[in-house]
Write a protein that binds this ligand. Structure first.
Ligand code: FEO
Ligand code: CA
Ligand code: CA
Length: 665
């Protein structure tokens, strides 16, 4: 039995399923169950949320919104393209994507694309991996959230040239290095450099998009210098928690979804950061514990021994770990990346504050290749799936954020003042503001609970606001936030509704036909609308749809993850998980007025579809395939030609309607 055999599975998607919230707060399911009768929530037949509101709440809410869901230009069918059908999927071997016959795609920036002269391209050759130094200047792996920043000339925004900021969420060691675990620091550095963010100037020429040389092109990865800003950086308590007196601060990791600010910067969100840490001290006890457990359990199978050893190691780890580390899901060996074995930054036994330096939203300036990325601590520390920005009453910037873990929460941040006046004063709108967490009530009403040290409940537990923000999950537990079914992306529609994907809940023991969401193995999409033009602390909510209601139909999908509400009333849905009806993961378009869903694209074996951004005219859309084939060339060689033997590489699809037109029509 090898050391690696006993380490926890290296899979963020399994990690998302782990429950670290033991606060006992009333779950969303139990609230929804009481409110909804299973079939009364029919997509396209939405109950008016206002009907659930008290008159005073309505007075507070309505009138503030000016619904403009369907623009006059697109009042006629929002989408009339021919979808990818279940029959198409059944006829496919899944080695290449399928797209609507009315659309076409090209691939762009696969993992290994060089961003600097003199750096070779990695082409998926299994016998020649990138070096760590090469990877530091090549597009990373695990393509995820992204935004296009179009080139501007005066008021004109280009539809053919811009800077793409794209997240590289994760890449298994087996995919990136071809090894189950690192054998030396070089392996660790290669893995670290494959994570992070790419900033890439791209241009369309002759109908094809390509990378162009540009001083803004760069990689931000696990070893890139970063700074901290906001309440945690300003407080001695926060500085101590992050050990900022140690000097240099570096890196971002597990960059999942992302946001775009009105002032033109990119926000990258650190999700499952816990999985990159391990405790080398506890791991070193492995041989001794294996000997003891083997001696104490004669006749036990290797699997049983492994389970017992793991349990013992975790018990010892828990004895060393803080309550907060356990709440954030740190463990003996994380996802098994093994970085802690060669890079002590990621060794929890060093107690160096590195664990508290991750789990933040990080601001990157796409226009300045030398800008040092800034971790904005006012937005709190949790497993940030994404950051959806909108501008609320008085020009305040509002950020909606999901914490993707079973029974974790939905958060919102509101800047203290008008974003323009804050910037004019030299203050970041993301440094001074309030952080809230959502509580959903029966009757379609909810409340945003402020995470503030001024709340006596939090003042009893925390020293100051910096500690509240660093341990936002713990603070949210104490305030009684509503545990959700893995909140993934959020997107604000033009009518003020914020849509949020709740991707699934793997618990299957409480199968109850009368309970609308348990078991909830396929996920649903919730939506809410805040009072007071996004800045209020009360909201109305309802459920847009349940994925399982689509099964067995041409609208079939499961596990909604990426989401984008376009200005016309379409909702683009991307999936990450086992699809039903023989489908690969997919990109769908739904009509929020009618609930109709059409399938625009399906991915390849083993991948998920994620990331979504468009040109200003919306005639070009960028979408990603992440972990195609899970790195296994026997499943697919995409984007290489079928049968080439190349390792499949994450890449971006550039999608256009044949003959032109807004994507989705
Ligand atoms: Fe990074 Fe929850 O997906
Ligand atoms: Ca996701
Ligand atoms: Ca997911």
């Amino acid at each position: 039995m090898r050391h690696e055999d006993i380490l926890p599975s290296q899979d963020e998607r399994i990690e998302d399923e782990v429950i670290t919230n033991h606060s006992g707060n009333e779950t969303f399911q139990s609230i929804a169950a009481r409110r909804l009768s299973r079939r009364s929530v029919v997509k396209g037949g939405l109950t008016t949320a206002a009907a659930f509101m008290t008159p005073s709440l309505m007075a507070n809410t309505l009138g503030e919104f000016k619904p403009e869901l369907v623009s006059p230009k697109f009042r006629a069918p929002l989408m009339d393209f021919q979808p990818v059908t279940l029959a198409d999927a059944a006829a496919s071997d899944g080695r290449v994507p399928l797209i609507s016959p009315d659309y076409e795609y090209q691939t762009l920036i696969p993992w290994g694309t060089p961003l600097k002269a003199g750096i070779p391209e990695y082409d998926g050759d299994p016998d020649r991996r990138p070096t760590a130094d090469e990877q530091a200047f090549q597009v990373g792996i695990g393509h995820d959230g992204m935004w296009l920043f179009p080139e501007t000339a005066g008021r004109r925004r280009s539809n053919t040239r811009g800077v793409l900021c794209i997240n590289h969420e994760f890449g298994r060691n087996s995919h990136v290095t071809g090894k189950s675990g690192p054998e030396n620091l070089e392996d660790v550095r290669l893995s670290q450099h494959a994570h992070g963010v790419s900033v890439v100037a791209i241009e369309e020429s002759g109908g094809t998009w390509e990378v162009v040389p540009d001083t803004r092109n760069r990689r931000v990865h696990v070893n890139t210098p970063v700074t901290f800003s906001g309440p945690v950086a300003d407080s001695p308590v926060g500085q101590a928690l992050l050990q900022l007196d140690r000097g240099e601060t570096r890196g971002t990791v597990n960059n999942c979804s992302s946001g775009k600010t009105p002032w033109g910067t990119y926000l990258t969100c650190e999700e499952n950061f816990n999985g990159y840490f391990g405790n080398a001290y506890v791991q070193a006890l492995f041989p001794a514990i294996l000997r003891t457990v083997t001696a104490d359990n004669p006749g036990a199978s290797e699997q049983e021994i492994a389970g017992l050893v793991n349990a013992r190691l975790n018990e010892i780890f828990s004895g060393f770990a803080t309550e907060e580390q356990l709440r954030y899901g740190f463990s003996v060996a994380g996802f098994g990346y093994g970085w802690e074995r060669f890079d002590e930054r990621f060794d929890l036994s060093q107690q160096n504050g590195e664990d508290n330096r991750f789990g933040w939203v990080v601001e990157i300036d796409p226009q300045d290749g030398s800008q040092v990325p800034v971790k904005r601590t006012a937005l709190g520390r949790f497993k940030h799936e994404g950051a959806e920005l909108t501008v609320g009453r008085g020009g305040r910037v509002v950020v909606y954020m999901g914490d993707d873990q079973r029974f974790d929460y939905i958060y919102k941040y509101v800047s203290d003042d008008n974003w323009r006046s804050m910037i004019a004063k030299g203050v970041s709108p993301l440094d001074e503001g309030k952080l809230y967490v959502a509580r959903f009530y029966e009757g379609g009403v909810g409340e945003w609970l402020e995470l503030t040290i001024d709340n006596p409940t939090l003042a009893r537990r925390f020293e100051d606001q910096a500690e509240v923000l660093t341990y936002a999950r713990v603070a949210a537990d104490l305030l009684g936030a509503t545990p959700m079914d893995r909140p993934e992306w959020t997107s604000v529609a033009p009518d003020g509704y914020c849509y949020c994907t709740l991707t699934n809940n793997s618990r299957r023991t409480e199968a109850d036909a009368a309970n609308p969401l348990a078991p909830n193995s396929d996920g649903h999409i919730i939506r809410w609308r805040d009072t007071d033009q996004f800045v209020g602390t009360v909201f109305e909510w309802d459920i847009f749809l349940f994925a399982e209601d689509t099964h067995g139909t041409e609208e079939s999908f499961s596990d909604p993850d990426g989401i984008w509400a376009d200005p016309d009333g379409r909702l683009f849905i991307e999936t990450d998980g086992g699809q039903k009806d023989g489908l690969q993961n997919q990109l769908l378009v739904s009509n929020t007025n009618t609930g109709e869903i059409r399938r625009l694209l399906t991915g390849v074996n083993g991948d998920e579809i994620t990331g979504l951004t468009v040109t200003p005219d919306r005639e070009t859309m960028f979408v990603n395939t992440q972990h195609p084939g899970n790195g296994n060339p026997e499943l697919t060689n995409f984007p290489a030609e079928d049968g080439s033997g190349r390792i499949p590489r994450d890449c971006t699809f550039v999608i256009r309607r044949k003959g032109g037109g807004v994507v989705g029509t």
